[in-house]
Design a protein around this ligand. Structure first.
Ligand SMILES: [Zn+2]
Length: 228
């Protein structure tokens, strides 16, 4: 499997490219380009949240603990919290992710289990879409796309590094399961993953329609408009 530095390097590079394309090509604000580049870099580390404790995993959790509350900030502000309330929520959010969530995931997950899968990648995008609350649907989709791009780069790298290029023959290392997978050998893990995905998809679908702009007024037919 690819090392921590490789994941960070590739995801960060992709993030810069993604942010640049979104800014120059799609006309997004440069601030959102920087934010989506950051989320792409974070996305490239997310699958390894299932690793055992070690320096890289501590760094991932510290970064995720800092970024997740920031992504949630617009939602907190919209809930009518005072600026002190928002600050307190950021601190509590950091502590919750850094220590609470990291402990919980350590108890529940198996390395290279369903965290390294395509549905987990979709979950990461949906969480960002739902978490980042703004009327600007394009921005939400852009940020969700960024985190999923980073996530995908991680899965592809792990997949590539699980293959040895031995002359012309490819030997798949038995030690590492597939990263680009849809199901894991564990039925409970797969079921939980798809249940979360289904629930988030439903929430995103509802939110998308509640935020969709009202349909444009139908043009009045010529005859009707000029009927006397
Ligand atoms: Zn990995």
């Amino acid at each position: 499997m690819a090392g921590f530095r490789t994941h960070v390097g590739v995801a960060a590079t992709l993030g810069v490219g993604y942010g640049f394309v979104m800014h120059k090509g799609m006309g997004c604000h440069w601030e959102s380009g920087v934010l989506s580049a950051t989320l792409t870099a974070v996305g490239g580390m997310l699958p390894d949240l299932d690793s055992d404790t070690g320096r890289p995993i501590r760094e991932i959790f510290s970064l995720a603990a800092a970024v997740i509350p920031i992504v949630l900030m617009p939602r907190l502000t919209e809930m009518g919290l005072s600026s002190e309330g928002v600050l307190a929520s950021l601190v509590l959010g950091y502590l919750f992710v850094r220590y609470g969530l990291s402990w919980l995931l350590n108890q529940l997950s198996v390395h290279r289990g369903m965290f390294h899968s395509v549905p987990a990648m979709l979950i990461s995008g949906l969480v960002v879409y739902l978490g980042y609350h703004t009327d600007n649907q394009h921005l939400r989709v852009e940020l969700a796309g960024g985190v999923m791009l980073g996530f995908l780069s991680h899965l592809v790298l792990d997949e590539i590094y699980s293959v040895d290029f031995n002359g012309v023959r490819l030997i798949v290392k038995k030690s590492s399961g597939s990263a680009l997978k849809f199901f894991s050998p564990s039925l409970p893990a797969t079921t939980v993953c798809y249940t979360i995905l289904g629930a988030l998809l439903y929430m995103a679908y509802t939110e998308w329609h509640s935020n969709a702009p009202a349909p444009a007024a139908q043009p009045v037919p010529f005859k009707m408009a000029y009927r006397t």
